[in-house]
Design a protein around this ligand. Structure first.
Ligand SMILES: Cc1cc2nc3c(=O)[nH]c(=O)nc-3n(C[C@H](O)[C@H](O)[C@H](O)COP(=O)(O)OP(=O)(O)OC[C@H]3O[C@@H](n4cnc5c(N)ncnc54)[C@H](O)[C@@H]3O)c2cc1C
Ligand code: SF4
Length: 511
């Protein structure tokens, strides 16, 4: 008799911990526990989404005659931790062994490694083979490289899975169609409505629970429109392919006020908790190309995100942990300003992205990277605060994917392992890729002065502050040569405006 623990992001019937299950004798344990729901204060919608998806998944398994114990958050006797619940299960039943799929978080993995001794029962931790690149395979690829460039990893993955290939060559003669993507938003762009469904009884119960027990957490609980079953998640995928995929590439980086979902797929919630698998999404999108339903630039762009970036990010996490979490190459120490939690700022781009995050527990990649991420990079916010924020506010956030995106991609805190240079940009980038600046209190065309867009002077101030660490980066040479040519009065105005601005932030004054 084996106890098989399924975690909240392991909601796949094909998960390795269920592979050799004896339906009659083994017991599956799924539990909602306080320690996981509160170790950071997750967005209310995220907790409701995961609890509802877990409850639906348990009903699905029961329907297939699995023998299952489900512990609800407010069940009497719920100990509040995974360890406590496993211990309770062992004390009440005669289990001979525990089987778990490796958790995707280092903290939990370390904890589980101790269970065998603490509980005095064999604990088998199996690989999570829902990912397309195992940690061993990634470590081998990474071990003899100084810089871990995603592009080369991605090409190997395309070859390995024979995706968009013609023999040994990429379809279309190129691996990457980025030059055709990243168009600025057009006026009158018709963005399809995002997926929505009425919450059923299970979801309503969970919504009430979250309202009662997590009232002090960030974010809006309603309206709640996430898919919570595999069937519903498959509809999200189909709708993406039908309505959005053909424009995905063109407008991948575009931002429009009031359009949080744009032409993105919105599948990260479901991929990361196991309702969808990466290969089925990749294959479905590849098929759309062969069926002439979407152009190659869109299809390749999407596949690069899932087969390339997603797997690569996960590989970097396990390759670099545990030290990756304490990286702070640029020695950034400023506290995260309060307005990241309230949205109360006159900087319209930040206000829009924060308010949408609060409402939807979602922001698309460029909002996370080039608005919210760009600001914390330029303002020198400390990595711990930034991690906590990103991990709490997005419904797709788990440490394995949030941490490398924050440490490596937005903060350059790893000194260039993941990104070859910091993703720093002035207001001109945001103005080109969005319509946010039109409604902003600040002027994107002004470089310094009271009404100037803060991104403009903070950009140069960031380069000045971090000169000793960045000047020798070969990709930063041109920028520093421009800085060298800057007139003294402009240089001083930048320093002075940045100083005043950063002081306002330190005092949590409205900016
Ligand atoms: C600072 C920062 C934090 C992030 N935190 C998370 C996070 O906690 N969880 C998360 O899933 N993604 C995270 N991302 C990556 C990306 O922003 C989201 O995956 C994406 O916005 C999810 O929306 P979508 O499903 O509509 O994605 P689409 O734009 O439609 O992309 C398709 C899929 O590609 C994958 N993908 C794309 N980019 C990345 C990436 N950089 N890393 C990993 N997967 C990627 C995702 O699975 C996504 O669902 C973060 C990015 C940044 C810059
Ligand atoms: S002017 Fe600057 S702060 Fe305002 S929306 Fe544009 S980029 Fe953001």
């Amino acid at each position: 008799m084996t106890l098989r623990l399924i975690l909240g992001d392991q909601l796949s019937e094909t998960i390795s911990s269920l592979r050799d299950v004896d339906k009659l004798n083994d017991n599956i344990l799924i539990c909602e526990v306080k320690s996981e729901a509160t170790y950071v204060k997750h967005h209310k919608k995220k907790i409701a989404f995961l609890f509802s998806a877990m409850r639906h998944f348990s009903k699905f398994l029961e329907g297939l005659n699995y023998n299952l114990t489900y512990i609800k958050y407010d069940d009497s006797g719920n100990s509040g931790s995974l360890y406590g619940e496993v211990k309770r299960a062992i004390l009440t039943n005669n289990h001979e062994k525990i089987v778990i799929t490796k958790p995707n978080e280092f903290r939990l993995y370390l904890e589980m490694l101790e269970w065998e001794n603490k509980l005095n029962i064999p604990v088998e931790i199996r690989d999570d083979d829902r990912f397309l690149c195992s940690t061993d395979e990634f470590n081998t690829w990474a071990s003899d490289r100084k810089q871990l460039r995603m592009e080369y990893f991605y090409r190997n993955m395309r070859r390995k899975y024979d995706i968009l290939m013609e023999g040994d060559e990429p379809i279309g003669g190129q691996w990457n169609f980025d030059s055709e993507n990243r168009k600025p938003p057009k006026n009158g762009l018709d963005v399809p409505k995002s997926y929505s469904t009425q919450p059923d009884k299970i979801t309503m119960e969970v919504i009430n629970l979250v309202e009662k027990s997590f009232n002090d957490h960030f974010g809006d609980l309603k309206p709640f429109n996430f898919a919570v079953t595999r069937q519903q998640a498959l509809v999200v995928l189909d709708e993406f392919i039908d309505k959005r995929l053909s424009m995905f590439g063109d407008f991948q980086d575009a931002m429009i006020e009031g359009e949080p979902w744009m032409f993105h797929s919105h599948i990260s919630f479901y991929l990361n908790c196991g309702l969808l698998t990466p290969l089925e999404c990749i294959k479905a999108v590849e098929r759309a190309y062969y069926d002439n339903r979407a152009p190659l630039n869109a299809v390749e762009g999407f596949i690069r995100q899932v087969l390339g970036w997603r797997e690569y990010i996960r590989g970097v996490y396990w390759y670099k942990m545990p030290t990756y979490k304490s990286e702070n190459f640029l020695e950034a120490h400023r506290k995260l300003p309060e307005f990241y939690w309230t949205g109360q700022t006159d900087m319209n781009c930040l206000k829009q992205c924060i308010n949408e995050t609060k409402e939807n527990s979602y922001a698309h990649h460029i909002q996370r990277l080039m608005v919210l991420g760009n600001f914390v990079l330029l303002a020198g916010i400390n990595p711990d605060d930034v991690h906590e924020w990103y991990l709490s506010v997005y419904s797709d956030a788990y440490e394995w994917v949030e941490l490398p995106n924050v440490t490596g991609m937005i903060l350059y805190a790893d000194g260039g392992i993941l990104a070859s240079k910091p993703y720093a940009a002035s207001g001109a980038y945001i103005n080109r890729m969005s319509n946010y600046c039109k409604n902003c209190h600040y002027k994107v065309s002004s470089k310094t002065g009271e009404d100037a867009c803060p991104f403009n002077y903070l950009y140069w101030d960031f380069l000045i502050r971090n000169e000793t660490k960045l000047r020798n980066n070969p990709r930063m040479g041109l920028i520093y040569r421009n800085l060298d040519k800057m007139k003294l009065d402009k240089y001083e105005a930048i320093k002075s405006d940045s100083n005043i601005f950063l002081k306002h932030i330190d005092k949590n004054e409205k900016i």
